[in-house]
Ligand binder design. Structure first.
Ligand code: FER
Length: 314
């Protein structure tokens, strides 16, 4: 056959993905975001566990202290170029303290600026920290397309292999750079990995493979780059012992939901504790912002705290 299944899929999905960055709204003449990916079949456990927060979660407040967002450069040995990442340091950042770090990964049409454009994590964290809902943390937003030209140009699907290669850049270049330049706690209990779509797949793939490096993992609307569940979690009991938090979320209008459902069904069957939050959004920035908001509030908190482990499903 000239057009195999994947190629056909790509032709259908490509025009949509190219608009992913541009807007969260459906555009005239284009199918809505939710149409992207495939049929949506919801099961009884595909429900919303965390309510939609109000839009003001990312509103800049003048009555609180603010952190700092800076675009830094680093030499990547794995890619062989100078690369960029966006780094948020919390209010009153001080080298007298050691901070936990959340590494936050973007989607197929994005780059190191995407999370900032979609969700302003700096504003969100400033607000959460001021309200004592999140612990002061550093948020690192690198570029997950580990190739020399890492701009989201042309056929963004062609760069899918570079998203896989990012594992080396993350472990051997990004994390060491952050740990040399910032005052951070360097044990697994103080390192989290999460992302949206391709970045969600990367977070599950790399995070669950390297539980010696990450204890907190999140995948929001994870893309088809997500490994099969038995590859992700070949030893459920071991994974359970090591994980502090595994967050999976997807919108019930997102045509990629089958990817997260497949992972979630396996985790439930193997009794690996996790959070499964299905809201009513699509493959869009509102879903990513809202789920980052809830995920960030669980991070680096005591495992026995009722806000964390007891909410995880078996
Ligand atoms: C695909 C559909 C969507 C795919 C990746 C995506 C690698 C990624 C979407 C995104 O990051 O928003 O078939 O294959």
């Amino acid at each position: 056959m000239l057009f195999d299944k994947h190629f056909t899929c790509l032709i259908i999905a490509l025009p949509l993905v190219l608009t992913l960055d541009a807007t969260c709204e459906a555009q005239p003449g284009r199918p809505p975001r939710g149409a992207f990916g495939g049929p949506i079949e919801l099961g009884p456990n595909d429900t919303q566990r965390y309510p939609d927060p109000p839009d003001n979660i990312v509103q800049e407040r003048t009555d609180i202290s603010h952190g700092k967002l800076e675009m830094i450069e680093y030499e990547s040995k794995s890619v062989g170029t100078t690369r960029k990442m966006n780094v948020y340091t919390p209010p009153e950042y001080s080298t007298d303290k050691k901070y936990p770090v959340l590494y936050l990964l973007h989607g197929i049409g994005g780059d190191e600026t995407e999370w900032q454009r979609f969700a302003t994590p700096d504003m969100m964290l400033d607000n959460l920290i001021a309200d004592r809902k999140a612990v002061p943390m550093i948020v690192v937003m690198p570029n997950g397309r580990a190739q020399k030209n890492d701009r989201a140009e042309g056929n963004v699907f062609a760069a899918a292999p570079a998203f896989e290669k990012f594992e080396d850049d993350l472990l051997n270049d990004v994390i060491p750079t952050i740990e040399t330049r910032y005052s951070v706690a360097t044990d697994r209990a103080h390192r989290a990995l999460a992302g949206l779509s391709m970045g969600g797949g990367q977070s599950l793939n790399f995070g669950l493979k390297h539980l010696d490096r990450f204890a907190w993992i999140g995948g929001f609307s994870s893309a088809p780059n997500t490994k099969s569940p038995d590859e992700l979690v070949p030893h459920p009991a071991e994974t359970t012992k090591q994980l502090e938090l595994l967050w999976l979320s997807c919108g019930n209008q997102d045509g990629l939901i089958r990817i997260s459902q497949r992972t979630q069904r396996y985790l439930a069957e193997k009794q690996v504790p996790h959070i499964w939050n299905v809201d009513s959004h699509g493959h869009d920035a509102t879903h990513w912002r809202n789920n980052l908001y809830h995920f960030a509030q669980l991070l680096f908190q005591d495992r026995n705290d009722e806000s964390n482990a007891s909410k995880a499903e078996k």
